[in-house]
Design a protein around this ligand. Sequence first.
Ligand SMILES: C[S@@+](CC[C@H](N)C(=O)[O-])C[C@H]1O[C@@H](n2cnc3c(N)ncnc32)[C@H](O)[C@@H]1O
Length: 296
Amino acid sequence: MLQQHSTSTDRVARARSKRPRVINVGDQTIHVDDCLTVLAAMPEKSVDVVVTSPPYNIGLKYASYDDNGSRADYLAWLKDVALLLKRVLKDDGSFFLNIAGTSSDPWIAPDAAGAMRDVFQLQNAIIWVKSLSIGDDTFGHFKPVNSKRYLNHTHEHVFHFTKEGNTPLDRLAAGVPFKDKSNIARWGHTEDRRCAGDVWFIPYETIRSKSQRDHHPSPFPVALPERCIKLAGLPSTRNGQKDAENIATEFVVLDPFLGIGSTLLAAQRLEVRGIGIEIDPGYADAAAWRLRERLI
Ligand SMILES: C[S@@+](CC[C@H](N)C(=O)[O-])C[C@H]1O[C@@H](n2cnc3c(N)ncnc32)[C@H](O)[C@@H]1O
């Protein structure tokens, strides 16, 4: 049951002036609308993997969204989204929620995860490292913080939620080769691959399109949703399946806060069907353009 409260969606509804529309690019579908509306109309248990990053409520300048509500309204709205996601997710589906706090407000991510607590089981808590220093060397990029109090913010969270906490994952599809090859035989593995763990170093792509057509304040790198989708288990790597082609068309990736389309670019790259929802027509058009251009 959705709660009655004055949520950020009220602000979104006020900001939204364009009519809803649907854009199709190959196997990828973009709904230009409020995700609460689209999710409520989607069939139950029709989605295998949700990968998304909602607005963080930190006053970012989105084109059609006021990212500055009260914490209580924001969390209540996130819970509404979670309830609708649970309805559309298959019973063995996975929901990856990317979120971060700010230097002055590190509680945002744990609060957001807490808002999901009554709805989903937290199966894995992943740290996405955007920049890492090892010895004197640094890899990846981050936005430096000019402060005497706060450390530079070089990571975000990816919470992996499931319905029962026992969804099998394809750990090796998102795995890495053994460093010490003698471990392969010693531990009875059949291939040179092990689980990569729950700290993921994924830097932002340094080469982005030179165009301003896909300008957005907070996209994640395509490699992030790609890894989540692989971990959830692509149809091609699932064991004991009946008809590979049918399964591939049934397999659905969803991003209810699509932005400029990174999750659908990952789905496109992995040749699976994707559905994205984005309230802002400009970002939705940028996502469609990126899909047509096959940008990463
Ligand atoms: C953090 S960004 C997502 C960025 C995305 N991961 C990417 O890589 O481009 C959140 C997005 O949610 C959109 N949004 C905000 N409220 C929404 C709503 N109610 N329904 C659908 N989209 C919404 C914003 O316009 C913004 O583009």
